[in-house]
Each structure stands twice: as C-alpha cells, then as structure tokens.
Design a binder for this molecule. Structure first.
Ligand code: GLC
Ligand code: GLC
Length: 827
C-alpha cells in the first residue's frame, strides 16, 4: 500500500494521506540552522547542536505520536483545522505534503479555504521561513482567523526535559509589533536569542503556553483558538511559546500571503542590549526579518535553494532502465548522504538529539557518500575526525561537534575505528586528486603540539591493527568493532552498565579488554582497506614502506584462511575464551554477515573458491524477502560472553535484524565477484524506492534508508514469527546512506573514482541493455554511455573516449573543463 508518490521532475515525494504508517519527515537547513519537519508539520529546530541549542521544544515518544511542531490553526466559523491535519485532526477536503530538497510544502483544504504552507531554511540564513498562502476557492466571502504556534525550548534540550524545578521559573520573552522574542537566560550568560515574526500586522498574540492552550487542553484544542481570540499573554516563567493571531477576510477567489520567520540570533557580548541594558538589541534580528519579508524575497530564496541542489545533484546523474534506481541515485540517496553529513547520528525521529556526538567510524564512512558533492567540506571533516586520534593510532570513539574534541565519557578502544580513516582519506584523494591532504599537519587528541602529517595518521591507523593482534594473529576485538553490540570483554550481568564502556574487572589489569578475543570482521576490513594505504605509499614513491605494509596484509590474509575460514564462510570472532563465534559449531549465531563482504572483496581464499562459497552461504542462510539478516540463527537467550547483541529479541537490531548498512557490503561483494543479478536483487530488497508499494509493512519513509528492517525472526520471541518482519526502523541517519550510494553507483553501475582516474566497471543485471551517466570529475564532465549487447553482468570489452579507443577501463582525469564522450561496451 502506498501513501503517496514520487514526483521525480520536482525531486519531491508527495504524501497524499496524513495518516502515514509513521511520521514521514524531512530536514530543512544545511549550515547552522536545522529543522526536522514531519508530513503533518511536527518536529523542531535547533542551531548547530541539537542538544545545546535547541530552539523549539519536541517531546519524543509522545502519545499520540509526533505532537509539537510549528502549527497553523485556522478557525473558520465553528470549524478549526490545520493545513497539515494534525494536531486538531479535523478531516480535510484535501491534503498534500511535498517533501523536497531542503523544503516541505504542506497544503490543506477545508470548506473552500485552501492553505498552502512552504517551509524552508534559506541558504546562509539562520532561520526557518514559513510562507502561508490562503485562498478562498468558494463563491462567497470568508472571514476566519489564523493562529501560528511554536513552543520554545529553553536551549539545553536535556535540561529542558528534566530540570523542571529550575526551568519552570526561567522563561522570558519580549514582544514588539509582530515579533515575539525568546530570551530565556539572555540577560545572564547566553549571547543568543530566537524570534518568531510575521510580515503583517497582527490582532493579538500569546507567549504563555497555559494561556494559549489551557492547562487541561492539548495541542488539538487550544483554548485561545477555540475562543477565536488571542489573550495577549506574556510569559513569565513556565513555558514560553509564540503565537500570532490574525483576523482575515477573503473575497471569493482572493488570496493572501503571509510570511513567518522563526529565527536564531547570536550577538557579540558587548552589543547584547539597548542603552537601558535590558532590552534586546534587535539590529541583527531586524536585518534578518527584512531579508524575507515579502513573497518575492521568499521566491528568490527558494530559487537559490533549488539552484544549490541542482549543483549538488548535477555531479552524478544516471539513467538506467530502472526508474527506481534513477530516483535513488540521482535524488534521494544523494540527498540522504548530505543530511547524514550534516547531522551525523544526532537528530532524527529515532535519535533524540541529546545522545551522542559524531562517531569516528560513522563520520568517516559518511564521507564515502558525499565526497563527490562537497569535497572541501569532506576534507575539513576528515581533518576534524583525525584530530581526535591518539598518537598510537587508537581514537576517541566519538567527538562533540561544537568543541570538535574527543568524548572522554565513551573513550576509545573500538577495534575498527582507525581503519575507516584510511578509507575516507583514500576516497577523498580518489575523488579530488588532491594529495596535499597527506601533508596536512593534524593534531593528536586535539593537541597541536604533537601534530603529525595526515600520512602519519594513516600509518598509525594501519599499524594500530598490526600491533594489536590476538593468539591467531587476528585483530583484537576490544570493546566492540563495527558491531557495537558484540562486546566480547564485557560479561555484564548488572542492569544499566553500558556494554560499550563498562570494564569488567576480569580484564582491568589487561587494559580493559581481553587479549584473547579477536574480530574476524576487523581482519577482513583490514585486508579491504589496507591496499589503499599501500597504493598511497607507492604513489609517493615509498616503495619499501609499501612492501612492508603489503606483507602485513598478506600475512593477515593467511591468518584468516588458517584460523577464520569455517569451510563455507568466515567466522565472526573468537570470544574471550578462545571459542569460535559465527561458526557451524555454534548452537545459535552460526553465520554473521559482517566479515564476509570484505573477505570476498579482498579475494581471501579465492583460489580455493572461498569467495563463491561464502556468497552462496549468505544467500542460503541470510537472504530473506526484505533483505539480508545480520546473523542466523538469531540468539534466543542471553550470552553473557557476547554482550549486547543477544539482549535484543531475535529479528531486531544487531540480533538478526536486517541491518541495511552491512547489506551494502554484500551487494558490493556480489558485484565485485561479477554476479550483477544477485547484487541487484539484494539492492532492490532494501532500497527505499522499492519498498514504496509495501509502505504499510515497511512503515518508515519510502525515500530514505533506515538503519534496520525487522528480520525473519522478528516476533519469534512472542511466539509470532513474522510479526514486524519487513518493518523499517531508525530512518534517516545511518551509514547505510553512504554505503548504498557506494554499492549502487560504484559497484553496480560501476562508476568509481580511483587514484588515477575514473574507473568504469559495471556489474549489472544481465537483462539490462546498458546505462548512461553524466559525471563531473576533477574539473571535467564525462558523458558516459554503457552498452551491454551480449547481456552479461560484468566485463568491459572496449572503451572509447571522444571516439578514440583507450587501454583498460580507467578514464584519465582531463581537468580541462570540457565534456568528454565515453562509450563503454560490455561483453
Ligand atoms: C549504528 C552505529 C554504528 C554501528 C552500527 C552497528 O549504525 O551508528 O556506529 O557500527 O550501529 O552496531
Ligand atoms: C549504537 C548503535 C546501535 C546499538 C547501540 C548499542 O548506538 O547505533 O545499533 O544498538 O550502539 O548501545
């Protein structure tokens, strides 16, 4: 069942029913000011940091779901309604929500009155613009009132939802004309305030929540709206809000446009006040208000936003025989990669914005998805991340976006972290050809006095693995590897202990983790990423170092074949007692997904057929209708030696859920092995556009990936196997965005930036006649046409550039600002 449709020409998903199976959201803003907005206008705004600078309030896990947002209430006679249906939920005569690139347009119609509201955050602007266009589509004149509504958060979102003894007494506002200013704590230690304004006169306002809503009412029946009149309340403590009240009369056919702005302003400490030392100095705010105070200026702002996205999405554009692939690659997957770049894992409808900072591994992997769009910001990001590394190559697992410092509460010792840095730096160089990033002086632990070159950071990353091997010569598993929930040194039996940071006294003397437990996943990730480091060294003419590093990779491969190949697939780990995890010998969790794809792409045991055996085992044991489960069989009881993974009921999250992130590694591996049909089968099981038809089952947005889809074992815990099988969760902020962008564009469609050019090596469904693509790369445009006359999955027979045949399949970097025609024949 669908709840809307894709409008590819406008790059929008159009939702046609407000009752989506879950709130379907969008993001506004790309620089400092961000908003989350659902298809019924729920959500909130913040500046840079969703915890420390929360501008509007939002209550997670609310009943009913998704209450609180920016709402417009219309009172037309006795009928009260919202253009986005919620929160009043009066049945509308028409409803539509268009989520586009950085904007959302919600239109509702009731009793011949149409209200179209456009929400967006303009480029280089710290505010959300909301344009309301009201049209009387009836044949008689209409008189009605319009109320806006936003509820302020008292800045620190964590404190705001916990510290009521204080914050019920701190709220403060100012009202001047049609502008309501939120200035809680501004007089004291903050140098920022927010405002909510409208570009017209108003007939009243409210700034006190209880006055507007009523203590025993809700968002669905605010007292002031029901009474048809604002109370001109002035907040003094409790919960400050902002609501404008306006009486409007429209003749038949007449329209009225109002522009509201929710803005955020920071002031230099010595310019915070007017001469009285109390009143907010509004110079900056007024300038911001003037920037978007007419529909013409709003239209120009929207056009600028669109142009920015045209540019970002113009770098890679493909045309395949499958519309769903085209819309994923050209629009939504790239869009999601940018959102993930901006937000990391901080704020979504599943991430409360007060939890974690930026992940070392997450942010490095995110780079893979957006580096072609904004290489300069990728460079900056990579340097920020590398700056939190320790001199021995280990790293803080997370860092805080505001301070850019490593997070000491979580600490380090996640075994996979350093390797992702090698991958992101390589991806950056491959895309840009900018080798100078390797010379950049980058601090350790944010201490510039011990800075080293980025190349040195790569070296310590590489050798951090080599220097921390266990009894089988495989990397130590430490606190966790990519899978946060495999905690082989934790042995926790006390509620509340963090599986990732708790140090079992058993291992305290050894530095906090077992020196026995080993991760096969990190071993194969090492053999997959390591060759990039070798290639870099060779490029720099450091042949001896390259040979030394290559020898370590070869040794690791041998160790893996010796101790970690289980006959038909690769083991997952050795636990702290030296027992196999992810083996035929195990009772549950016999096979895991994570090490397999990297093993296949590293060609470990290829000569003995280990790659194909492994891929076939995945198909046999992990493949389901909705994607590949992470492990099989699911754990049905708590295994203290494995940690968090077995705490989840089977079928969810890391315990046999369909973790879409690592599905991508298998898609890549199938494509690598030349099995384009299989690669595409797996891709199409999880790519959101393909789940659209079954949105009632999939539940989350059909235009973006979620972290997880319920696996085949979902429900088995309650004796209802299949319950929630196929149900998406944790949408938007996930490494899946980047990895599936890599999987489809680089491995399946086969257009991949490489150190010395653009490599074309498709691995597609045999049925495809070919594909075409436009790719901007290092200052030139490549117009690529791939034909597949013999209907193979993989194999490039001939390549011509501007009519001339070239050797091999790597297109040179022309860098001449021109367009080059590339013809690729498969066969
Ligand atoms: C989440 C985390 C990521 C981790 C994965 C598996 O996606 O953000 O860091 O690798 O879960 O546990
Ligand atoms: C991370 C991962 C999540 C996992 C959690 C365990 O947040 O994203 O998948 O369940 O760690 O604490």
């Amino acid at each position: 069942m669908k709840f809307g449709y894709f409008d590819d020409a406008n790059r929008e998903y159009v939702i046609t029913s407000p009752r989506t199976p879950y709130p379907w959201i969008n993001y506004l803003g790309t620089q400092g000011f961000f908003s989350l907005i659902s298809n019924t206008a729920g959500g909130y705004s913040f500046y840079k940091d969703a915890r420390l600078r929360r501008i509007t309030r939002y209550r997670y896990n609310n009943v009913p779901i998704d209450m609180g947002g920016r709402y417009f209430y219309i009172k037309d006679g006795e009928t009260i309604w919202n253009p986005g249906w919620s929160p009043v939920k009066t049945e509308l005569d028409a409803y539509e929500c268009r989520h586009g690139m950085g904007y959302t347009i919600i239109t509702g119609k009731k009793n011949d009155l149409k209200a179209e509201v456009t929400f967006f955050v303009p480029q280089n602007y710290d505010g959300e613009v909301q344009q309301v266009v009201l049209t009387n589509e009836g044949s008689s004149s209409k008189e009605f009132s319009l109320f806006s509504f936003a509820e302020w958060c008292l800045w620190d979102a964590q404190d705001d939802c916990t510290n009521f003894q204080r914050n019920y007494s701190t709220g403060r506002v100012e009202v001047v004309g049609s502008t309501i200013y939120h200035k809680t704590e501004y007089r004291d230690r903050r140098d920022h305030f927010a405002f909510y304004t409208v570009n017209d006169t108003i007939d009243g306002y409210d700034t006190d929540r209880d006055a507007f809503i009523g203590l025993y009412n809700g968002f669905h029946n605010p007292e002031a709206v029901m009474a048809g009149k604002a109370t001109d309340s002035f907040a003094d403590g409790w919960s400050p809000i902002a609501s404008h009240y306006k009486k409007i009369t429209l003749a038949p056919g007449e329209s009225k446009t109002l522009v509201y702005i929710l803005g955020y302003v920071e002031m230099p400490a010595d310019q915070k006040f007017e001469a009285d030392g109390k009143t907010i100095n509004k110079v900056k705010a007024l300038k911001m208000i003037e920037q978007y105070d007419t529909p013409e200026k709003v239209a120009a702002g929207m056009a600028e936003l669109k142009a920015a996205w045209d540019k970002l999405l113009g770098i890679l554009n493909v045309e395949t025989p499958d519309d769903k692939v085209n819309r994923m690659v050209n629009i939504w997957n790239q869009y999601q990669c940018m959102v993930t770049f901006n937000l990391s894992r901080s704020a979504s409808y599943f991430e409360s914005g007060i939890g974690r900072g930026m992940g070392f591994r997450d942010s490095n992997q995110d780079v893979l998805g957006f580096v072609h769009q904004i290489p300069d910001r990728a460079r900056e990001r990579i340097i920020d991340i590398a700056s939190t590394q320790f001199p021995d190559g280990g790293c803080y697992h997370q860092y805080q976006p505001l301070t850019k410092k490593g997070n000491a509460d979580i600490g380090g010792d996640f075994s996979d972290d350093p390797l992702w840095l090698i991958l992101s730096v390589s991806a950056y160089i491959k895309e840009t050809g900018d080798w100078t990033i390797l010379d950049e002086m980058v601090p350790y632990d944010n201490d510039m006095s011990i800075a080293q070159t980025m190349l040195e950071h790569l070296k310590v990353s590489f050798y951090h693995i080599v220097n921390n091997l266990g009894p089988h010569g495989l990397p130590l598993a430490m606190r966790a590897d990519w899978n946060d929930c495999i905690n082989l040194s934790c042995y926790s039996d006390t509620p509340g202990e963090s599986f990732q940071t708790y140090t079992n006294p058993k291992f305290a003397a050894e530095g906090g983790y077992s020196k026995i437990a080993e991760s096969v996943m990190v071993a194969t990730l090492f053999t997959y990423t390591g060759p990039n480091y070798v290639a870099i060294l060779k490029h720099l003419g450091k042949d001896d170092e390259a040979a030394k590093a290559q020898a370590e990779i070869d040794k690791m491969k041998a160790n893996i074949m010796e101790s970690a190949f289980d006959g038909d697939w690769f083991l997952r780990a050795y636990d702290a007692e030296g027992k196999k995890m992810g083996s035929k010998e195990c009772e549950e969790g016999k096979i895991f997904i994570e090490p397999q794809g990297f093993a296949v792409m590293s060609e470990i045991g290829k000569e003995e057929g280990a790659d194909i055996k492994t891929l076939n085992a995945i198909d046999k044991y992990l493949n389901t209708d909705f994607g590949l489960v992470l492990n099989n069989p699911a754990f049905t009881k708590y295994y203290v030696q494995y940690g968090e993974i077995s705490t989840y009921p089977g079928g969810y999250k890391e315990n046999a859920g369909i973790f879409t992130h690592n599905n991508a590694w298998i898609i890549c591996a199938e494509a690598y092995a030349g099995r384009g049909d299989k690669a595409f089968e797996y891709y199409s099981k999880i790519a959101p556009a393909f789940t659209e038809e079954t949105s009632d089952i999939h539940k989350t947005e059909p235009y973006v990936y979620g972290q997880m889809i319920g696996g085949k074992d979902a429900g088995s815990d309650i004796g209802k196997p299949g319950n929630h099988f196929g149900q998406g969760k944790n949408s938007w902020l996930t490494g899946t965005a980047a990895w599936n962008m890599v999987a489809i564009s680089q491995y399946i469609l086969g257009i991949a930036a490489d150190f010395d050019g653009l490599r074309i090596d498709p691995s597609i469904p045999a049925a495809w006649d070919g594909l075409s693509a436009k790719r901007e790369f290092r200052g030139a445009t490549y117009d690529i046409k791939v034909t597949n006359p013999n209907h193979v999955c993989k194999g490039v027979k001939a390549v011509t550039v501007d009519g001339n045949a070239i050797e091999g399949n790597v297109l040179p970097a022309f860098g001449d600002g021109k367009t080059h025609t590339v013809e690729v024949t498969m066969g």
